[in-house]
Ligand binder design. Structure first.
Ligand code: NAP
Length: 268
C-alpha cells in the first residue's frame, strides 16, 4: 500500500481522490488549507486518512508538512498536486461580488428574482458581466492564480522530491485542465489557462529531470466537473474527475511526461 499526499483535499475533486484512495486501502495525507475544514471533510473516511494543514502558497506551511511526513513515514510514494483556484479566487472559492450577492439573496426576500429579471435587460444593453481576455485581464489577477496553481505545485514538487526519491515508485500528478492545452489556448480565462499551460510545461521539465531518479511526473485534465469551481452545470460527477488521478497514482506501470484525460494520453 502507498503513502499518497493530496493537496486541496478538503473538498471537490481532491476530497474525492482521497475517498477513492482510502477505499483502495492506501494511506492518504489530506492537505487542507484550513485544518478544521479538512478534519470535517475526512469525517466519513477511515483512519488511514490523515489530515494536515497545508497552504501551497506558504513556504512555512509546506516545510511543516514536509517535516511531519518525513518523521512519520520517511518517504512519500505519490504527490497529487490538486489544489487550485479559478477566476473567483477568494478563500471560499467565491469572488467578492458573488459573496455579496449570496448575502443579499439570503437576507432580502425577492432579491434573487429581481436579479434574474434584470439580468437579460442589462445584457441587451451591453452591460452584462465583463469577461476578461488576454488583452484586458488585470495582471494582478493572473499573478494570484499563478501563485496557487503553478508556483504552489512547483514548490510542493521541489520540497517533496527528496521523499519521493525514497520510494521505489515515486510519482507526481499535476491536476491540470483542458484550458491549458496549447492547441486551443484562446484567452478565455487567461490567468487560469496560463497557469495550467505552465503547469504542463513544468510536468515535462520535471519528468525529464527526474527520469534518472525514477520519479514519474504526469499532468491530467479531470474534464468539466461539478464542484465549487466547476459549478452546478458541469456534466461530470467528482468520481469521474478523480478517476484518472487515482489510476495514475495506483496503476502498476504508467509512462512519464504525459498529459492524460480519462486514462488516455492527450495532446499538450
Ligand atoms: P474546488 O472545489 O474549488 O476545490 C479547490 C481545492 O483547492 C479546495 O480544497 C481549496 O481549499 C484548495 N486550495 C485552493 N487554494 C489553496 C492553497 N493555496 N493551498 C491549499 N489548498 C488550496 O475545485 P475542484 O473543481 O475540486 O478543482 C480541483 C483541481 O482540478 C484544481 O486544480 C482545478 O484547477 C482542476 N480542474 C477542475 C475542473 C472542474 O471542472 N472542476 C476542470 C479542470 C481542472 P479551500 O477549501 O481552503 O479553498
Amino acid at each position: 500500500m502507498k503513502t499518497i499526499l493530496v493537496t486541496g483535499g478538503n473538498r471537490g475533486i481532491g476530497l474525492e481522490i482521497c475517498r477513492q484512495l482510502d477505499e483502495l486501502g492506501h494511506t492518504v495525507i489530506l492537505g487542507s488549507r484550513d485544518f478544521q475544514k479538512g478534519a470535517v471533510a475526512a469525517g466519513s473516511l477511515s483512519k488511514n486518512v490523515i489530515v494536515k494543514q497545508l497552504d501551497v502558497t506558504n513556504e512555512l506551511s509546506i516545510m511543516n508538512l514536509f517535516e511531519s511526513v518525513r518523521n512519520d513515514f520517511g518517504k512519500l510514494d505519490v504527490l497529487v498536486n490538486n489544489a487550485g483556484i479559478g477566476t473567483n479566487y477568494k478563500s471560499d472559492g467565491k469572488g467578492i461580488f458573488s459573496q455579496l450577492k449570496d448575502n443579499l439573496e439570503a437576507n432580502i426576500p425577492g432579491f434573487r428574482q429581481a436579479v434574474q429579471a434584470v439580468k437579460p435587460l442589462l445584457k441587451n444593453a451591453g452591460m452584462g458581466p465583463r469577461k476578461h481576455t488576454a488583452q484586458n485581464v488585470p495582471i494582478n489577477e493572473v499573478k494570484i492564480i499563478m501563485e496557487t496553481n503553478f508556483y504552489g505545485a512547483w514548490r510542493m514538487a521541489r520540497v517533496f522530491i527528496p521523499l519521493l526519491m525514497k520510494s521505489d515508485d515515486g510519482r507526481i500528478i499535476n491536476m491540470s485542465s483542458g484550458l491549458g492545452e496549447l492547441k486551443s489556448l484562446t484567452g478565455e480565462y487567461p490567468g487560469y489557462s496560463l497557469s495550467k499551460a505552465a503547469l504542463n510545461a513544468l510536468t515535462i521539465m520535471l519528468s525529464n529531470e527526474l527520469k534518472e531518479k525514477r520519479i514519474k511526473v504526469n499532468a491530467m485534465c479531470p474534464g468539466w466537473v461539478r464542484t465549487d469551481m466547476g459549478g452546478p452545470n458541469a456534466p461530470r460527477h467528482v468520481s469521474q474527475g478523480a478517476d484518472t488521478a487515482v489510476w495514475l497514482a495506483t496503476e502498476k506501470d504508467i509512462p512519464s511526461g504525459k498529459f492524460f484525460r480519462d486514462r488516455h494520453v492527450i495532446n499538450w
